[in-house]
Ligand binder design. Sequence first.
Ligand code: GUN
Length: 287
Amino acid sequence: MTTLLDGKAFAARLRLRVAEAVTELTAAGGPVPGLAVVLVGEDAASQVYVRSKGRATREAGMASFEHRLPVDTPQSVLMALIARLNVDPTVHGILVQLPLPEQMDTAAVIAAIDPAKDVDGFHISNVGLLATGGRAMVPCTPLGCLMLLRGALGSLRGLDAVVLGRSNIVGKPMAQLLLAEDCTVTVAHSRTRNLADLCRRADILVAAVGRPGMVPGDWIKPGATVIDVGINRVSDGQGGSRLVGDVDFDTAASVAGAITPVPGGVGPMTIACLLANTVTAAARASD
Ligand code: GUN
């Protein structure tokens, strides 16, 4: 029997725990955690994400600050805003929504964020801390994947994990987290040879490549745990569209031991982990 890893339900429980942590922190005289989200431009998908991040933040009892800047904003203006947020004592987490418009140097923008407020975990200080086993802010999507994996498997020690995709946001931090759980980790990408054979050896398969249905069921080891990070909008063949993952769910679900659906798998975990990181940042600020 295949287990469906219900990220929506898992995330709802995590959000309740975050709300409890907020209550405990403020009851102990700590600050109300505050999250500032910065959106530059009008990208439709980003607007949806930013709205739902704001709503979830308020629902967890935290303060939400939204900053919307026009698409042609000079980088210096964004940098000045980040500098203000870095020293604002009511702001404990700063998230600059990616992708940024072309005129921006994304690496320089991320480097300007105070690492202690970097709830995305994208600053090189946090990347380095994660790689060396320190007290890092961990990127939200891979952190959510890890929680689902722990929930499904308990200990991950000694398992063979294959991560498809090597992005800074998902693939690379995912590999670090799995390594820290004592998995044997392979990171595969568009130039990897014998991808199917490699995937067939994986006890844990994390797909984060952004290619709809790229992983068919016959690439999956029977009983494996499959985490599908892909969120791809495709035509439904009737003039509308639907969301699908990087894994071909219909063929994979009969082989995998456990699998995340799309939507309702990893997606809801990402926002819940963002809230968790914000509480963590606020608690550390008041230590
Ligand atoms: N755009 C897509 N995913 C993310 C994310 O996790 N954080 C930020 N800041 N932007 C994104």
